[in-house]
Design a protein around this ligand. Structure first.
Ligand code: ADP
Ligand code: MG
Length: 262
């Protein structure tokens, strides 16, 4: 199983939208996908239609060692896609884990105990901070996917994120590599959006995916129906972009993962 953290300490840049729709797109092309909601807001869980009452076990329980991934994962309406939901308890987890010596490795340990072959890819939807939850994700993951919103200050904070990645690589997880940067909420009628996209490409080069996710109201409507945009409206430009992004991502993942999925 390859594990991809979707992180950016800025809020509202499209992490959760990317997590939900990429997870759905990967499942649609035949991968067995696990999405882990690591944000106490639980937007990925809600966006995939997991009701509060159905969150018997959560990512909190997994981090605190009170449930295994297999116990906490629930199936979604999307075939091949399961999710470990988040509950508000998670907002206390960072504080509760302070005393634990292995607090940065809790998620990694849970992943290592996951049943072999249950899932081929695991996506981690991170909260908007570089705290213990995001660090757990970066310690557990082999790849980092960074959504960047096409707005002024898009690159602000990125160097801090990359420094954190470097520190985690040295201290805990030498396997961590950048999968890529995905430009989100692109508005082609807006000059600023175009300019930001150009600047980001000039700065980050081939790390930036060719696919650009457009600003598309269908992407923001879908979660209120508890559905990924890919199911809510498969033909909308946002869904098409996430399908295209999924294909680019598959091409960047190691071959053994592809072979396993075949
Ligand atoms: P994050 O998880 O980084 O905080 P979200 O994915 O929750 O960001 O996105 C923030 C808000 O923007 C949400 O209301 C979401 O529905 C909306 N949104 C995200 N991506 C798009 C897009 N490409 N087009 C339109 N709205 C979007
Ligand atoms: Mg989010």
């Amino acid at each position: 199983m390859i594990c991809v953290a979707i992180a950016n300490q800025k809020g509202g840049v499209g992490k959760t939208t990317t997590a939900i729709n990429l997870a759905t797109a990967m499942a649609a092309i035949g991968w067995r996908v696990l999405l882990i909601d690591l944000d106490p807001q639980g937007n990925a869980s809600t966006g995939l239609g997991v009701r509060q009452g159905d969150r018997l076990h959560s990512s909190y329980d997994v981090l605190l060692g009170e449930a295994t991934l297999a116990e906490a994962a629930v199936e979604t309406r999307v075939p091949l896609l399961s999710i470990v939901p988040a509950t508000m308890d998670l907002s206390g987890a960072e504080v509760e884990m302070v005393g634990l010596e292995d607090r940065m490795h809790r998620l990694k340990q849970a992943m290592e105990e996951a049943p072999a072959g249950a899932w081929e890819i695991c996506l981690l939807d991170c909260p908007p901070s570089l705290g213990t939850l995001t660090i757990n994700a970066l310690v557990a993951a082999q790849r980092l996917l960074v959504p960047l919103q096409c707005e002024f200050f898009a690159l602000e904070g990125l160097s801090q994120l990359l420094q954190t990645v470097e520190r985690i690589r040295v201290a805990y997880n030498p396997d961590l590599a950048i999968l890529g940067v995905a430009l989100t909420m692109f508005d082609r009628r807006n000059n600023l959006s175009q300019q930001v996209a150009e600047d980001v490409r000039a700065c980050l080069g081939s790390a930036v995916f060719d696919t650009v996710v457009p600003r598309n109201v269908r992407l923001s409507e879908a979660p209120s129906h508890g559905l990924p945009a890919l199911i809510y409206d498969l033909k909308c430009p946002g869904s098409e972009a996430y399908l295209k992004l999924a294909r680019e991502i598959v091409a960047r993942l190691p071959r053994h993962a592809e072979a396993e999925a075949a």
